[in-house]
Design a protein around this ligand. Structure first.
Ligand code: ASP
Length: 301
């Protein structure tokens, strides 16, 4: 399940991008249309990777990859988000820039087409880290971000689903200058109470980036908030001298979900405790995507 890229030992940094499309236990143990999920992950990887490969900052790549996944109705973010107990979509998103430790997030969003870009606008243009609800949406209007009617986010597939599943999308990137960024976006948990906010926009819970590691999480948000999961991965690396894969695995032990993490040395991990986690990696010109756990081992083996 885990990977560690060899440290190159030279000054050239190979950009790397990881994405996830949520961890979960699908009803009946199978996924409808796996090829479409692989294709969507691949599109997201390509959208972000061409930016870091061309010398753009990690944050640009992470945002571009998440925008691509938000646009895809197969995943629980943007269009296709799960519905609250009142049948509406309420979205949360966050970005964090490792080099500057600047962060931005939004929660309870109902009509901003790309919540991840609102999170970035809040980070870059406001004095705040987190805006919610109507205030966040007014901020999106002031920032001239694209809006959509609340109904546009609601798909037929979600209207007909009633199980309490979840999912989220995220990306972490290492750029050619060795800087890191993380971005996460979600519709939360199916059937959640109106106003519920999960781990995604809580910095250090579902999203984190510093000069050592960038992390994006997916899973039962309440657990991830209580364990400060994304920051805990960094803490284990910085204070306990753990390797990135060891820190990632130890941190999610016993939790319902998974995470993706990349380090400034190019090491990375994508552990999860659920039946599946949609995920992929782009580095050195190669793009790979996975859904189930054993596939990743096979691809590496
Ligand atoms: N972590 C998200 C939340 O709790 C949901 C998920 O990733 O499945 O809002």
């Amino acid at each position: 399940m885990l990977h560690v890229t060899a440290s190159p030992g030279v000054s050239t940094i190979t950009p790397l991008l990881l994405v996830h499309g949520g961890a979960g236990n699908p009803f009946g143990g199978h996924v409808e249309d796996e090829p479409a999920h692989h294709a969507a992950l691949r599109d997201a990887l390509l959208a972000g990777y061409e930016l870091v490969a061309g010398g753009s900052p990690a944050l640009d790549a992470a945002e571009a990859a998440v925008r691509s996944l938000e646009e895809c109705a197969l995943f629980n973010a943007g269009r296709g988000s799960v519905l609250t107990s009142e049948g509406r979509v309420e979205m949360d998103a966050a970005v964090m820039d490792g080099a500057s430790r600047e962060a931005g997030a939004c929660a309870g969003i109902t009509r901003v087409r790309h919540p991840v870009s609102l999170a970035r606008a809040i980070m870059e243009k406001s004095p705040h880290v987190l805006l919610v609800g109507a205030g966040a949406e007014n901020y999106a209007i002031d920032a001239a971000l694209e809006l959509a009617e609340p109904d546009w986010f609601v798909t037929e597939r979600e209207r007909s689903r009633h199980s309490a599943e979840h999912g989220t999308v995220g990306a972490v990137a290492l750029d050619a200058d060795g800087f890191l960024a993380a971005a996460t976006s979600t519709g939360g948990v199916r059937g959640q109470l109106p106003g519920r906010v999960g781990d995604t926009p809580v910095m250090g819970a579902g999203t984190w980036a510093d000069e050592h590691v960038a992390v994006s999480c997916t899973g039962t948000g309440e657990q991830f908030i209580r364990a400060a999961v994304a920051h805990e991965v960094s803490a284990r690396i910085r204070h306990a001298n753990a390797s990135l894969p060891a820190a990632a695995v130890a941190t999610i032990a016993g939790l319902d979900g998974g995470l993706i993490a990349v380090g400034s040395d190019g090491s990375f991990a994508m552990p999860f405790n659920t039946a599946l986690m949609y995920r992929g990696r782009a580095a050195g010109g190669s793009v790979q995507t996975w859904i189930w756990s054993e596939e990743e081992e096979k691809s590496d083996g």
